[in-house]
Design a protein around this ligand. Structure first.
Ligand SMILES: [Zn+2]
Length: 120
């Protein structure tokens, strides 16, 4: 992404996105005004601009959730083996049925999406 950035100080940046919006990126808190970074744990394009300007390593700013250590910790407990279907214990309750058939609504399908009032 082509963006302009302004170093404000103390790991704080103002990043100008091509869509004429400005976002405040705080590398210390690992946040961006677009909130994508906080939501998925991976730096957004605005944060990447700031990190590269700061000569930082992008991997240092990715959430620990995506680390190899976390992956190993998740799968460390024993995963029990599964017997074949004939050996399964029958439980009380209803059988799981097939999903209902998808119904096609009458008329021709809409070709254009509905635009929100905010769309230009
Ligand atoms: Zn952002």
């Amino acid at each position: 992404m082509d963006c302009a950035h302004h170093f404000v100080g103390d790991k704080l940046f103002e990043v100008d996105a091509p869509n004429a919006k400005q976002f405040v990126v705080d590398l210390g808190k690992k946040t961006c005004g677009c909130r994508q970074w906080e939501m998925i744990g991976i730096p957004c394009a605005h944060a990447v601009c700031a990190i590269l300007f700061d000569c930082g390593d992008l991997e240092d700013y990715v959430d620990e959730y995506y680390s190899l250590e976390r992956y190993k910790k998740v799968y460390a407990p024993l995963i029990y083996p599964m017997p074949s279907e004939e050996q399964w214990v029958r439980t009380e309750g209803h059988d799981i049925l097939e999903p209902p058939r998808a119904r096609v609504a009458p008329g021709r399908p809409r070709k254009l999406r509905r635009r929100s009032p905010d769309d230009s």
